[in-house]
Design a protein around this ligand. Structure first.
Ligand SMILES: Cc1cc2nc3c(=O)[nH]c(=O)nc-3n(C[C@H](O)[C@H](O)[C@H](O)COP(=O)(O)O)c2cc1C
Length: 168
């Protein structure tokens, strides 16, 4: 059984507990790396061809349009296929109460039948929002496990919670 951890995560200005902070390592990336360490899985970071602006307001503006029109967001270093993986941890920051369109683009590019998918997210509210429901429609034929979510500001304090979730 081979495991992949695929995730998107952004650096730059972000709103953390309502305050604008400069983030040098994305919150979702911290969670993704912890999962990789705990599972021994391969890590794959989704990187949009055109990086999201470091400026928070500009990122909000661009991502809102992408979300509204469900735009395809091209990304670098695409994986040829998921064939060699049985278990996929799929991580993202919650944007507009769901997953960013670069993650939606990755989902559309791959076949999910028979894959076991564990969604995980970081956000301001500590919940998956609408993402779980949208994933059920998008990951056709996959076995979707219960998701993991935490607040971005809490990612350094989640090991027990992660241990209780991984592989369940
Ligand atoms: C464009 C944008 C939209 C966001 N929308 C939401 C949202 O709908 N709900 C929420 O709780 N947090 C929202 N957030 C906050 C992020 O989900 C949160 O800061 C996350 O932990 C960032 O993860 P990252 O550092 O891995 O990118 C949004 C942030 C951005 C930049």
């Amino acid at each position: 059984m081979k495991t992949l951890i695929v995730y998107f995560s952004r650096t730059g200005e972000n709103s953390v507990n309502g305050e604008i902070e400069i983030i040098t390592k994305g919150f979702t990336e911290v969670v993704a790396e912890k999962i990789a360490k705990k599972t021994g899985g391969d890590l794959f970071k989704l990187e949009p061809e055109i990086p999201y602006p470091a400026n928070y307001e500009e990122c909000v503006k661009r991502s809102r349009i992408e979300d509204q029109y469900n735009e395809k967001v091209p990304y670098l270093h695409p994986l040829a296929s998921l064939d060699e993986y049985d278990v996929i941890y799929l991580g993202f920051p919650c944007w507009w109460r769901t997953y960013p369109r670069v993650v939606a683009s990755f989902i559309r590019d791959h076949a999910w039948v028979g894959k076991t998918v564990y969604p995980f997210a970081t956000n301001e509210e500590g919940a998956l929002g609408l993402a779980e429901m949208e994933l059920r429609g998008a990951l056709r034929g996959a076995i979707i496990k219960k998701g993991f979510a935490c607040k971005g500001s809490e990612v350094n304090n989640i090991d027990d919670k992660l241990d209780n979730w991984i592989g369940k």
